[in-house]
Design a protein. Sequence first.
Length: 303
Amino acid sequence: MILTVTMNAALDVSYGVEHLSHGEPVRVRDVSMRGGGKGVNVAFVLTALGTDVVATGFAGGHRGALIRAAVAGAGVGDAFFPIATESRQTVVVTADDGALAEYDEPGAPVSGMEWAGFLAAYRQLLAGSSAVVCAGSLPPGVPDTAYATLISVAHDEGLTVALDSSGEALRAGLGAKPDLLKVNRAEYESLAGGEPRAEAGVIELAERIGGTVVVTMGAEGAVAAGDGWRYRVRLPQRPGNPVGAGDAFTAALVCDDLAGADPAERLAFAAALAASAVGMPCAGMVDLDVARALVDRVEVEAL
């Protein structure tokens, strides 16, 4: 069983519109709503891949109840820790011409007692887990070292940990040496101060943590490095909403069915799965048939 951690879970609302407009009313044609946040999206995709998953993090108020209901309804184990404040909401607006607008609310404040309570619950959840995915931002009140703490605790139990975050939470988390670091271009550049296309920096970062580093670059594919291997990945292009494609990539990297696959095979499927997610209406959704059809079109080049 894989445990996903979403400290800053959200209620994701997606709007489909004909066009984006500034200063004029926009008629919304399609509306969808589901639980979200990076770790929740990873959990949804892992479940679609047939992996047993439990999702934890913080959830509070009416939105928190909707997040938990969506998680449970998708067949994901619900282990969210309740908080007194209202969980955040995100809104993604996608226009017919491909234009995109995303609005992310700040997280719900978490008290010191709630953080301590979550940490105790997290330790108990590790007993039945095979791996942990820590993904997303941190809400107010949670220390910047939160992911570093969670990674260290999981390592003490002999578990592998994947990290996908940003800012100070990412920087602190690196100190605990996650087994897999998956970041996008902007997150990598803020961390390493250079372009991921300069592969030497990605390789150096992988050596620094003693694990695997994957940097996704949207339409440009990905650069990945691990123990004795380095690859550039080029993926097929698909129109649609790219929000959540990186989370699909992460899910494929950690899913149980690919545990014995070589890195190139795993990366090819991850890229195909991410491409399939671009065509879906909401983050956390993939099309496995499309992914299987696309996987042979993914180019994985050794560096």
